[in-house]
Structure formats: C-alpha cells, structure tokens
Design a protein around this ligand. Structure first.
Ligand SMILES: NC(=O)c1ccc[n+]([C@@H]2O[C@H](COP(=O)([O-])OP(=O)(O)OC[C@H]3O[C@@H](n4cnc5c(N)ncnc54)[C@H](OP(=O)(O)O)[C@@H]3O)[C@@H](O)[C@H]2O)c1
Length: 412
C-alpha cells in the first residue's frame, strides 16, 4: 500500500454504541493533542449504525450516518476502518472487505477474533495492512501490544488472569460483603456491569474468547474459542467462598494459558483458588488483571479497567493512531504467524483440586472418603469440616492430581 500523503487520516466507523460513541468523544477531545504529538489528524468521515433514529449519547452529524456498513468500508473518503459492531456477521464481511481494499482495520471484537482471527490476520498480511485489536482483550489494559511487541523475544510459559469484570465483580461482592450469587448478579446488572442475559459472562464464554486470543498472541499458536475448556461461576456458593477464605484463598475466575516444552498448549477458564497473598487475589470489583510469566523478564502484571466504553475506546484509539501513522509511512505491523500446536484437553491438565462434599455426620464417613482419595492416588493437602444438622460439609484441597474425570485408577 503506497504511503498516504495527507496529514489527515479519514476513519470509517462501524458501530456507534458504548465504545464507538466513546471513541468519537475521545477523538473530539484529544484530536488536537494527537495531531501535535503524532503529526496525524484523525477525522471520522462516515458512521454505520443499525438504526438512524436512535438517540445517541454522543452527537453525530446526521450527514455521516448510514445503515450500510459496506458503503462505509468502500467509501473513497475512508482510509481506515474501525469495527465496533460486535458478533461474527456482518462484522467479518465488513472487515474482510476493508482489508481486501487495502484499508487497515481496528476492531474490539473478541468473538470474531477468537473464531476467525487467524484467517483475518492472513488476509491483512496478504494485503500488507494492519489488523489491530487491543480492545478485544482486557478492554483498556494494554496487553496485546506488549505481548506482540515488547515481549516478542521472550519465551512466555504462562499467561493467567482475570479477564471478565462482571464475574470478578460478582465474586468480589460475595467475598467482601457476603452477598449471595443471585443478589450479586442482580447488583452487577443494575450497575451496568452485566447484561440482561448474563450467560456469556457468568458461564465463561467471554473469558474463553479472550483466552483464545491471548494464547494465540503469547504463543504464536492457532487457538480458537472452541479449543478452550471453560467453566463459569454460577455454581459457586457462599459456603465455597467462606471455606476458601478460611483456608487462605480467594475464588477468582481465571483464564489460564500455558505453553509446554513438548510444543503443546493448554488454555482453560474456570474458577480457581488463588492464594490470598497472590497479586491476583487483590484484584477487586470490575477490574481486570493479567499475569505474564516470561523466561527472561520473570513475572509481569497488567492491571486496569477491562471493559466500559471509555477505557475500551482508549485502547481502540491507540490502535487507530498506530495504524494511521503506519499508513502514512506505507508500512504495517506484522502479526507474525500462528502455527498449529497440539491443544491439551482438560483431562491432561494436572492441578490441585478443591472438593466440597455434603455427607452423613456419622462415624466412618471421613475414613471412607479418605480411603477413596487414597485408592485413586490423590493426597490431601488440607481439610475443613462444618456441621449441618445430621449432615456435615467436608471440604478438601488436594495436592496436585490429574483431572477428576481421568484420575489415576486404583493401584490396589
Ligand atoms: N462495551 C465494552 O465494554 C467493550 C469492551 C471491549 C470490547 N468491546 C467490543 O466492542 C464492540 C462494540 O461493543 P459495544 O459495547 O460498543 O456494543 P454496542 O453498544 O451494542 O454497539 C454496537 C453498535 O453497532 C451498531 N450495529 C449493530 N449492527 C450493525 C450493523 N449490521 N450495521 C451497522 N451497525 C450495526 C449498533 O447500532 P445502533 O446504535 O443503531 O443499535 C451500535 O451502534 C464489541 O465487539 C464488543 O465485544 C466492548
């Protein structure tokens, strides 16, 4: 793509909702400063939306609005496309058309990238243009660029983090205020941290999509959302939270991406017991944090607002400026290659486990449970017990063991 001479880079914006609207406001607010510091003036020349009659939080010149996304992408007055619609189609169609027309694309669409990111990256590479997506993972927290650029020389063995603010808010309310799950979810919904249908967040789908993108970037591996084992937080009870607390842990929904010496990778999302002294245990409310382990750099932690219109628009704007500067130079950032690596199934992952059992409160029960652990080669690290009338609740934390479904068979 030849360099663009004009100092002004004209943006075609697809979507003007939470993030798109905040991006317009941010460019209006900081545009002069950006022009001074980078030599590039950003101008939004077209905006595609679903409904022309909708009231919007940010004033948009009605002349710019259209419901035809392809018209925006093809516009002769559009140099760069920002996709903030969400979902797979028509976002994929619009992005593909833009890249094929030699126009760089900035997107925050985790669902799309976690499913067809490698294909889109290949189209971008073939046409020599940028495809940037900092906002797709952990909203306003710079993570994709540090992984892709600053840490590209590292052997990253593990990236682990809290990448969903809704579930972290719910778990924080349960931990810090003793709120029940349903009540904490309702509070998250009333504060705008959770959707009316919270399934994507509370069942771990959103975190799984982000984990797929993180693993792809951190390990140069081809990982899609369907490769990610995920479990949500809807089965976590107040009793689990308080047992964890008594044993010195906080329950967090973690996305865990690991790379192994045999070339395989494992990517999973599930509630985990985080030691109270670990930095991730202190990440509270709707905040996100991601912990990166590199061979030379050691441990790094990235922390901040993982969602919300304004923080996410900040990440989008950083990408827009990068792409705009590259466009003027006639260059683009390479996303590198995504190689196919064996994806370990959850049954191959070993870990310490937490078990919460309700049993009859009578002699011999504890010995029977302990015997079952022993027969399956699982050793117990710690145990707590509470009476429940004629029942008892016994909670165990094991030493590292295989997945429960594939626990080693009895040796006797
Ligand atoms: N919200 C966050 O905190 C956050 C954080 C990080 C990443 N993201 C990602 O950013 C993207 C946008 O999220 P959002 O929260 O801004 O979504 P949103 O508020 O629902 O906005 C979506 C926008 O897309 C427009 N739209 C929908 N279908 C369209 C179509 N077929 N053609 C043209 N326009 C269409 C909508 O038009 P109308 O306004 O007319 O309905 C709306 O303006 C998503 O991929 C999301 O995953 C969001």
């Amino acid at each position: 793509m030849p360099p663009v001479d004009s100092k002004t880079i004209r943006i075609g914006l697809l979507g003007c909702g939470n993030v798109g609207g905040a991006l317009i406001a941010l460019i209006e607010r900081n545009g002069d400063e950006i022009a001074t510091r980078t030599g590039v003036r950003l101008e939004i020349t077209r905006v595609a939306v679903r409904s022309l009659s909708k009231d919007r939080q940010v004033a948009v010149d009605p002349e710019l609005l259209t419901t035809d996304g392809l018209e925006v992408v093809a516009g002769r007055d559009v140099d760069l496309v920002v996709e903030l619609i969400g979902g797979i189609e028509p976002a994929r169609e619009f992005i593909t058309a833009a890249l094929e027309a030699g126009k760089p694309v900035v997107t925050g669409n985790k669902e799309l990238l976690a499913n067809v990111g490698a294909e889109l990256a290949a189209i971008a590479e073939a046409h020599g243009v940028d495809l940037l997506f900092e906002a797709a993972v952990a909203g306003g927290i710079p993570l994709v660029r540090p992984l892709r650029e600053s840490l590209v020389g590292e052997q990253i063995s593990r990236v682990m983090g809290i990448v969903n603010g809704t579930t972290n808010f719910i778990l924080s309310q349960m931990t810090e205020h003793g709120t029940g799950y349903a009540e904490a979810l309702a509070e998250a919904q009333s504060l705008g941290f959770a959707e009316r249908d919270p399934t994507a967040d509370v069942e771990g789908f959103d975190a799984a999509a982000k984990a797929a993108i993180i693993a792809s970037i951190a390990f140069g591996a081809r990982v899609v959302a369907g490769d990610v084992y995920h479990e949500g937080i809807s089965d976590i009870s107040g009793a689990d939270i308080s047992f964890a607390d008594r044993m010195g842990y906080r329950i967090k929904l973690l996305a865990i991406c690991e790379s192994f010496d045999d070339g395989s990778v494992a990517v999973r999302v599930h509630p985990a017991m985080v030691p109270a002294a670990h930095p991730l245990a202190a990440v509270s409310g709707s905040f996100n944090a991601v912990f990166v382990e590199g061979d030379a750099v050691g441990d790094l932690m990235f922390y901040g607002r993982g969602a919300g219109g304004s923080p996410s628009a900040s990440a989008v704007l950083g990408d827009v400026i990068d792409a705009a500067v590259n466009l003027r130079k006639g260059s683009h950032a390479s996303l590198g290659t995504f190689t196919r690596r064996r994806i370990r199934s959850i049954d191959e992952v070993s870990s310490a486990f937490y078990l919460n059992l309700e049993v009859a409160d009578e002699p011999g029960v504890l010995a029977a449970v302990a015997g079952a652990f022993g027969r399956h080669g699982v050793s117990i690290r710690s145990m707590e017990q509470d009476g429940l009338g004629d029942q008892a609740r016994i909670v165990f934390i094991t030493h590292e063991a295989g997945s429960p479904r594939f626990a080693p068979r009895s040796r006797s």
